[in-house]
Design a protein around this ligand. Structure first.
Ligand code: ATP
Ligand code: MG
Length: 358
């Protein structure tokens, strides 16, 4: 048997073909290309799905930059598409005045004193809303690693919070109801009301949590670059995801310098060697993952056209246009060197003339 048959193919085709997928998370270290990659995944999914929503949960939104279009916290159709929507939500933003029943009062202070509960609540509210919208698949452009993992932990954060509030309620319950009576607060606004809300939220959260842990419905795509810190961070991420029982089997290695441009720069050559070392390690560590290599471009990947063009690398593995060591390749290298030599000679000539005048 051909051993290469065992190696998962180096594209995201498996994600595009998995028709049951409902939630696709895209995450990784800061600046490695999460927004670029999640935008492209959403564009590719829009080709095979009836409707796609891409959500940015990064407080420093940049979907607007990638698509060159302004988005808000409600889904907006991406220009040029009939079935791709985008929205940017800020998990840290306080609820708007009047939009929440948790604005005021002792119980809300209590709720806010539980670390992470605010963020967990607004993430849960967002998920509840998105679930009713009936998109075929939802792609998340997440914030840098630590933040994402915190959000994925939100069901347990909320459960702990609830337990704490319940115990406080049983301790101070009597005192509380006396106080609310004393201050003339109506019966409809009391601790039970808020606990009820939290209980309701818990149902959504448990439901979503079940979905996130179901590999038929959810997958996490890791984005990284071929450098030590990113390799290290990816390993941490994969381990955490395993701990949370969240499926992951795709890695996108971005900003790879391919040996196509007949590189003569010492700096680039050194970096290519460095990258190769980490690329090898990625392949050894994640031999059961679909690893997709994406080239480093001379310019940013901005706007729909650039995203569409770059998306090619997600579905067909990169192929060098010139094979190393062939007559063609050496021939090209010689001509590049000749050009560089001619340029350097001309510059030297110019400098010499200038010096003579002085
Ligand atoms: N392969 C590439 N070649 C050249 N430029 C790239 C490549 N991938 C991404 N970029 C550019 O790098 C910048 C950062 O990419 P992006 O915004 O996707 O990263 P990010 O991981 O979302 O960053 P952050 O952590 O800040 O959200 C962008 O300007 C993007 O256009
Ligand atoms: Mg981003």
């Amino acid at each position: 048997m051909d051993p290469s048959e065992d190696v998962p193919d180096g594209t995201v085709q498996n994600v595009l073909e998995q028709e049951t997928l409902k939630w696709v998370f895209v995450g990784g270290k800061g600046g490695v290309g999460k927004t670029t990659c999640s935008s492209i995944l959403s564009i590719l999914l829009a080709r095979v799905r009836s409707s796609v929503l891409i959500i940015s949960t990064d407080p420093a939104h940049n979907l607007s930059d990638a698509f060159q279009q302004r988005f808000t916290k409600t889904p907006t159709l991406v220009t040029g598409f009939s079935n791709l929507y985008a929205m940017e939500v800020d998990p840290n933003v306080e609820h708007e005045e009047g939009s929440s029943d948790m604005n005021d009062g002792f119980m809300s202070d209590l709720a806010n004193s539980i670390p992470g509960i605010d963020e967990a609540m607004s993430f849960a509210e967002m998920l509840k809303l998105v679930q009713t919208m009936d998109y075929s698949v939802i792609v998340f452009d997440t914030a840098p690693t630590g933040h994402t993992l915190r959000l994925l932990q939100f069901p347990s954060t909320l459960e702990k919070g609830l337990a704490k509030m319940m115990s406080l309620k049983s301790k101070f319950g009597g005192l509380l109801s006396q106080m609310t009576r004393l201050f003339g607060v109506g019966d409809d606004f009391g601790e039970d009301d808020i606990l009820g809300k939290l209980e309701g939220m818990k149902d959504v959260i448990q439901q979503v949590n079940r979905q996130f842990k179901d590999p038929d419905l959810t997958t996490f795509v890791c984005v990284c670059i071929p450098e030590f810190l990113s390799l290290y961070e990816t390993e941490r991420l994969v381990q955490e995801l395993t701990r949370f029982e969240i499926d992951t089997h795709n890695i996108l290695i971005n900003q790879v310098i391919f040996d196509e441009e007949v590189v003569e720069s010492k700096l680039l050559k050194a970096r290519m060697q460095m990258q190769q070392k980490y690329l090898d390690q990625f392949y050894v560590l994640y031999d059961d993952f679909h690893i997709t290599k994406l080239p480093l471009l001379p310019q940013e990947v901005c706007g729909i056209e650039a995203l569409q063009a770059f998306s090619r690398n997600f579905v067909t593995p990169y192929q060098a246009s010139i094979v190393r060591g062939t007559v063609e390749e050496v021939d090209q290298r010689v001509s590049v060197l000749k050009e560089q030599l001619a340029d350097a000679e001309a510059e030297l000539e110019k400098l010499k003339k200038g010096k003579q005048k002085i």
